[in-house]
Design a protein around this ligand. Structure first.
Ligand SMILES: Nc1ncnc2c1ncn2[C@@H]1O[C@H](COP(=O)(O)OP(=O)(O)OP(=O)(O)O)[C@@H](O)[C@H]1O
Ligand SMILES: [Mg+2]
Length: 279
C-alpha cells in the first residue's frame, strides 16, 4: 500500500471542509492574529455549524418522509380498494407487509441517527488494530462472498497499540468495507476484491486503508461523499461515511477518499498510536 500520496492533500481539504467535525481543532489565538480576529473566526464557525445543522435536518426530514409517504400511499390505496370490495386477503397481506417494510426503513433511519448522537462519548481502551481488522474482515467475508467479492486483510504484523473505542472502530471498518463491497460487486470483468490494510507511518500514525476494485468514485462526488445523507445508492442512507468521519475525528485522526490509478477507490483513515507505544 502506498500512502501520503500528493492526491490526498487536495481531497482532504475538499472532503473535510464542509463538515464541522473535520475542521481543524480550534486552539488558542496565535500571536500573529489581530485582536477581534478570533471572535470573528468563532462567529464564522458558529454560522457554519448552524448551516450544517440546517442541512442535516433537511436531509433527515427528506429521508424519513420517504418511507412515511410510502406507508400513507400504500394504505390509502388499500383502503380505497377495500371499500369497494376489491381487496382479497392475499392482497391485504401484501399491502400490510409493504407498509411494515417501509416502517422498518423509517425506524432504521432513526436508529442510525441515535447511534450518531451516542458516538460523541467514545469508550477508549488500548487495542491492537491488526486484530480488530482481521476479526472484522473474517466476519464480513461471507457477506462479501455472497456478492462475489473476495475480502483480504493485509494488516502489517505487530502494529503498536492504539487507544480507541473498539465498537466505533469496528463500525468504521464495516462501513468502509461495505462501501467497497458495494462498489466492487457493481463493477464487472475484473478481479473483484476489497483489501483492508494497515501500517505504521514514520510519524507514529497508523494508516488503515480500504481499497476496492470497483468503478471508482465518480467525479464531483469526492467533495460531497462525506456529507450526511449524500448517497448515490437506491437503498443507501448516505450516513456511512459521515459516521466514519465523526468517529475518526473523535479519535484524533483524519479520513480521506481517492481514486486509484489502476481503477477502484481507496478510503483511508489515520489513528494516532497510543502515547506509550509511540516510542
Ligand atoms: N468505495 C467507493 N467507491 C465508489 N463510491 C463510493 C465508495 N464509497 C462511497 N462511495 C460514494 O459515496 C456515497 C456515500 O457513501 P456512504 O457510505 O456515506 O453512504 P451509502 O453507502 O450510500 O449509504 P449507507 O448510509 O448505507 O452507508 C455512496 O453512495 C457512493 O456514491
Ligand atoms: Mg455506505
Amino acid at each position: 500500500m502506498t500512502k501520503s500520496q500528493p492526491l490526498w492533500a487536495a481531497q482532504q481539504e475538499s472532503a473535510g471542509s464542509a463538515r464541522p467535525g473535520a475542521q481543524p481543532p480550534s486552539g488558542e489565538r496565535s500571536s500573529t492574529e489581530k485582536p477581534g480576529g478570533w471572535e470573528r473566526k468563532a462567529e464564522l464557525e458558529r454560522a457554519a455549524r448552524i448551516n450544517q445543522l440546517g442541512e442535516m435536518t433537511a436531509g433527515l426530514a427528506h429521508e424519513i418522509n420517504q418511507p412515511l409517504a410510502a406507508i400513507i400511499y400504500t394504505l390509502t390505496g388499500a383502503v380505497g380498494r377495500a371499500k369497494v370490495g376489491a381487496l382479497n386477503n392475499a392482497q391485504m397481506l401484501e399491502v400490510l407487509q409493504t407498509a411494515i417494510a417501509h416502517g422498518h426503513r423509517a425506524a432504521g433511519i432513526i436508529t442510525r441517527i441515535r447511534g450518531m448522537a451516542e458516538q460523541h462519548v467514545p469508550d477508549k481502551t488500548r487495542m491492537q488494530l491488526g486484530e480488530v481488522i482481521a476479526e472484522i474482515v473474517e466476519l464480513s467475508s461471507s457477506t462479501a462472498l455472497r456478492r462475489g467479492v473476495r475480502l483480504r486483510c493485509e494488516a502489517a504484523p505487530s502494529l503498536p497499540a492504539v487507544l480507541a473505542d473498539r465498537v466505533q472502530i469496528e463500525q468504521v471498518l464495516l462501513n468502509l468495507i461495505m462501501n467497497g463491497v458495494d462498489a466492487a460487486a457493481d463493477a464487472r470483468g475484473r478481479h473483484v476484491e476489497v483489501v483492508v490494510s494497515a501500517e505504521l507511518a514514520s510519524d507514529g500514525i497508523i494508516w488503515v486503508s480500504v481499497e476496492d476494485s470497483g468503478a471508482g468514485i465518480p467525479p464531483g462526488i469526492l467533495t460531497r461523499m462525506f456529507d450526511p445523507f449524500f448517497t448515490t445508492k437506491a437503498h443507501g442512507m448516505g450516513l456511512g461515511l459521515s459516521i466514519c468521519q465523526s468517529i475518526v475525528g473523535e479519535h484524533g485522526g483524519t479520513i480521506r477518499a481517492e481514486n486509484l490509478r489502476e481503477g477502484g477507490a481507496r478510503v483511508c483513515f489515520t489513528l494516532p498510536v497510543e502515547a506509550r507505544d509511540a516510542g
